[in-house]
Ligand binder design. Structure first.
Ligand code: NAP
Ligand code: ZN
Ligand code: ZN
Length: 345
């Protein structure tokens, strides 16, 4: 299958147009036309090798939404013409205890990434900044028909990545949730936490985002450019989700957790956390981590979005704007996710 997209050839080069072939459909494969493809900060980290060596040529993109155009002979999950979503992984071992529990993201052999990975045949996996895709039916999800497709694309990574920890840490009516960073991930955290009945506070270093945060449902907004402001909020949160992409001192945020509170690492900066142990001991606080979500939970999240009319706030762009979009994302200047129109590749 012919595909047109964007590629990076090495960590110092920009995205440029690229033509390539996708594999022919196998019996359990689904072919799709990509309608929208989100730009996740993880795409930038990997294209620029901020997490260590990457695999090039790289076609980034793991927030994919499209329409099924063809199905393999054994496919039962999808029909031609249906809406379909693909997220951060395209395969896993299927047999380990985590895969069997539907937690493919924690596959003990390692999930197979949508890009910057070799697929299980050893081929370079090329991601979603492109106009077509081929995926095994078990690793794709159904998309509710009432949601705008541009706003759905970011749900496939940013959405599930915030939904999963909110559910795992049992967010309910009245849970006091703090969201650090109002970017692609963070703004989905606000929407989900609110829909689950939580009291939501946004911690942001961008004062200009206050009105947007409140409009998304946040109950309060704390601008963190003056760090002493955090002291006012000590011991007043059950759950803090750190979505910040840059290295931050988390010590002042740990202090915001009440007894038994948890700070969940979600953003993946290069520098390790420095954790003051006394702050943990002082109120049985925890630091944890969470990575995307498995296929059953992705479907649950999309169905939840359908029922609650939740989509991402997006700036739809043409493929030729993607390099500018990268720079604007790094500068925290996006409202609140760039999504590439698949017809412009
Ligand atoms: P994003 O849209 O760029 O948002 C990150 C936000 O962090 C920014 O909007 C900004 O929020 C804040 N921020 C950035 N630089 C900062 C700085 N120097 N100081 C303080 N705050 C800063 O990125 P994203 O796509 O949401 O991704 C966020 C992180 O999560 C990335 O590291 C990404 O790789 C990671 N990620 C993890 C998973 C997972 O499974 N755990 C999945 C996807 C992505 P304010 O302007 O509001 O301060
Ligand atoms: Zn992502
Ligand atoms: Zn596995």
């Amino acid at each position: 299958m012919k595909s047109r997209g964007l590629v990076v050839h090495d960590s110092k080069s920009p995205l440029v147009p690229y033509e390539f072939e996708r594999r022919d459909l196998r019996p359990h494969d689904v072919g799709l036309d990509i309608l929208f493809s989100g730009i996740c900060h993880s795409d930038i980290h990997q294209a620029r090798e901020e997490w260590g060596p990457s695999i090039f040529p790289m076609v980034p993109g793991h927030e994919i939404v499209g329409i099924v155009t063809s199905v393999g002979s054994e496919v039962t999950k999808f029909v031609v013409g249906e809406r379909i979503g693909v997220g951060v992984f395209i395969d896993s071992c299927r047999t380990c205890t985590h895969c069997k529990r539907g937690l493919q993201q924690y596959c003990t052999e390692g999930m197979t990434g949508t890009y910057n990975a070799l697929d299980r045949d050893g081929e370079n996996a090329l991601g979603g900044y492109s106009n077509t895709f081929v995926i095994n039916e078990d690793y794709a999800v159904h998309v509710p028909t009432n949601l705008s497709l541009a706003g759905v694309a970011p749900l496939l990574c940013a959405g599930i990545t915030l939904y999963s920890p909110l559910k795992h840490w049992k967010t309910h009516i009245g849970t006091r949730v703090g969201v650090m960073g109002l970017g692609g991930l963070g703004h989905m955290g606000v929407k989900f936490a609110k829909a689950l009945g939580a009291q939501v506070t946004v911690f942001s270093h961008s004062a200009i985002k206050e009105n947007d945060a409140l409009a998304m449902g946040a109950d309060s907004f704390v601008c963190t450019t003056e760090s002493s402001i955090l002291k006012k909020h000590s011991s007043s949160f059950d759950l803090i989700l750190n979505t910040v992409s840059a290295s931050l001192d988390i010590a002042p945020y740990l202090n915001l957790l009440d007894l038994d509170g948890t700070l969940v690492a979600i953003g993946l900066p290069t520098r390790p956390y420095s954790v003051p142990v006394g702050t943990l001991l002082g109120a049985r606080r925890s630091v944890a981590g969470s990575m995307i979500g498995g296929i059953p939970e992705m479907q649950e999240m999309l169905d939840f979005c359908g029922r609650h009319a939740i989509v991402s706030d997006v700036e739809v762009i043409s493929a030729n704007y993607a390099n500018v979009a990268y720079d604007r994302t790094v500068a925290s200047d996006v409202k609140y996710r760039f999504v590439i129109d698949g017809s412009t590749f």
